[in-house]
Design a protein around this ligand. Structure first.
Ligand code: NDP
Ligand code: 8X3
Length: 251
């Protein structure tokens, strides 16, 4: 029987690469995101290319009701989820605390933290029932150190770090693994979203060094998900060679 993975934020970047890598490895896949056209197209492509089953679930992770409805109504054969990847997330703006935008802060907190909580709570009953499963939370190097003008984005990722540790303790009794993967700068749509469509500003973030690529994170997710039953990588920080931590990149 094929294993099942649910990946949030699969319309681009890490999520898309993770969904693709797991499908390539023969897993059935539940992919989620808000952009329905991209999600449906990706589901079709993955099914045809890799001969696995893929279902797209369109919801905004900030919408608790929509999250619950979509996940609780999964057909029975899709409820045996082996791995949940909480990946959907974003940064909005890179501004000093006193001028940063409160709406941006709300969106980051609602998406990166509350969205992750809503999806986890909705999926958990399926894992608890089977007394097995693996939750992989995508944090960031911004979960480990705060950098200038990163204020609330860093705070949401510190919260992902904390909640991953807390989940690990509480879910041990159900034999559920919890892994936090903390990537450094990676070339995805992340900076385009952060700088609200300013592609030139986004490009400059990755100028002068070889940043991580989405595939690097997908390879790592596939590795941690395929370890023996008794082995769990709890916390993993990964940067490109040019980056030492969230504050220092050698260009
Ligand atoms: P992308 O912008 O390429 O992808 C983000 C994904 O999140 C998209 O699929 C988007 O889908 C989804 N998403 C965003 N908001 C929502 C929402 N409200 N509801 C549902 N889905 C949502 O960025 P990355 O792949 O780089 O980012 C993925 C994760 O990795 C994020 O949590 C990010 O913070 C983290 N990260 C990124 C790093 C980087 O440098 N790129 C480094 C460290 C961590 P859609 O728009 O269709 O809803
Ligand atoms: C995303 C990477 O460097 O903007 O988490 O924090 S960074």
């Amino acid at each position: 029987m094929k294993k099942i993975i649910l990946v949030t934020g699969a319309t681009s970047g890490f999520g898309k690469a993770i969904a693709t890598s797991f499908c390539k490895a023969g897993w059935n896949c539940i992919i989620t995101g808000r952009r329905e056209d991209i999600l449906v197209q990706l589901a079709g492509d993955l099914q045809v290319t890799y001969g696995v089953d893929v279902i797209p679930l369109v919801f905004d992770v900030r919408d608790r009701h929509a999250v619950n409805t979509a996940i609780s109504q999964l057909p029975e054969e899709w409820q045996a989820i082996d791995v949940l990847v909480n990946n959907a997330g974003l940064a909005l703006g890179r501004d000093s605390f006193e001028v940063a935008n409160l709406d941006d802060w709300d969106t980051m907190i609602d998406t990166n933290l509350k969205g992750l909580l809503y999806v986890s709570k909705a999926v958990l009953p399926y894992l608890v029932e089977r007394k097995k499963g693996h939750i992989i939370n995508i944090g960031s190097t911004a979960a480990k150190e705060v950098y200038k003008d990163g204020n609330t984005y860093c705070a949401t990722k510190h919260a992902v770090d904390a909640i991953s540790k807390a989940m690990r303790i509480d879910l041990l009794q159900h034999k559920i693994k919890v892994t936090a993967i903390h990537p450094g700068a990676a070339e995805t749509e992340f900076s385009i979203v952060r700088f609200k469509g300013d592609e030139e500003k986004a490009r400059q973030v990755y100028e002068g060094y070889q940043a991580l690529q989405a595939q690097d994170i997908a390879d790592i997710a596939l590795y941690v998900a395929n370890l023996p039953e008794h082995v769990c990588i709890n916390d993993l920080v990964v940067t490109c060679l040019a980056q030492a931590n969230s504050m220092y990149v050698q260009k």
